[in-house]
Design a protein around this ligand. Structure first.
Ligand SMILES: CC(C)(COP(=O)(O)OP(=O)(O)OC[C@H]1O[C@@H](n2cnc3c(N)ncnc32)[C@H](O)[C@@H]1OP(=O)(O)O)[C@@H](O)C(=O)NCCC(=O)NCCS
Length: 161
């Protein structure tokens, strides 16, 4: 799996990846843990409706990043639940690779929409999503805690786009 000239190994995430995923998130959010371990465990156990993938460096086996999505066939929507790139690998198109991969999967399965939530304060992530064409649908006040608002963002997938 070549991303920006580097070959990585991408696999479906399992419980064996959990410690590394938690560590990556802790680092990427500056010491804050948005998701406790039990949420990750629940997510990884829901193998039918969820897809979590991890990207590792082939030589060191260190975790480069991971992405998770929830598939909602009833409404033909894929919901991005998590995307985390370790700080060392940020800005090197790994996030772009994950998003492109998710959109390809969604289109192959004939889903029509990708949705996500993002903290209003996370300007870099909002810019990142907007580059793919995501639009802010609405604001959710205090979604992540007191005065920690979120945006719902969505992208409509067009045939062949
Ligand atoms: C947001 C996030 C997922 C983006 O992933 P990423 O791998 O850093 O994204 P990319 O490298 O594909 O693109 C991001 C930026 O790098 C820049 N970039 C990409 N490749 C580059 C390169 N070769 N040289 C210089 N800049 C580059 C892009 O222009 C973009 O700039 P901007 O964010 O300042 O507008 C990642 O930064 C992250 O994990 N952040 C912490 C967790 C988080 O906020 N997750 C989202 C929660 S909703």
């Amino acid at each position: 799996m070549a991303v920006n000239g580097t070959d990585f190994v991408m696999t479906r995430a399992t419980m064996a990846d959990l410690d590394d995923m938690l560590a990556a998130e802790h680092e990427a959010y500056g010491g804050v843990d948005p998701w406790p371990r039990y949420i990750f465990e629940q997510e990884l156990n829901r193998t039918r409706e969820r897809l979590y993938v991890v990207l590792r460096h082939p030589e060191t086996n260190s975790l480069v990043g991971f992405m998770g999505a929830s598939f909602r066939p009833g409404i033909r929507e894929v919901h991005l639940t998590n995307i985390t790139i370790t700080p060392h690998w940020q800005g090197r198109e790994v996030g772009t690779f994950f998003m492109s991969y998710l959109m390809t999967l969604a289109k192959q399965s004939r889903f029509s929409r990708v949705s996500l939530e993002v903290a209003v304060a996370n300007e870099r992530a909002i810019r990142f999503y907007e580059r793919f064409g995501f639009q802010i649908i609405r604001e959710r006040r205090n979604y992540y805690g007191k005065q920690q608002h979120a945006y719902d963002m969505a992208l409509i997938l067009k045939n062949g786009k």
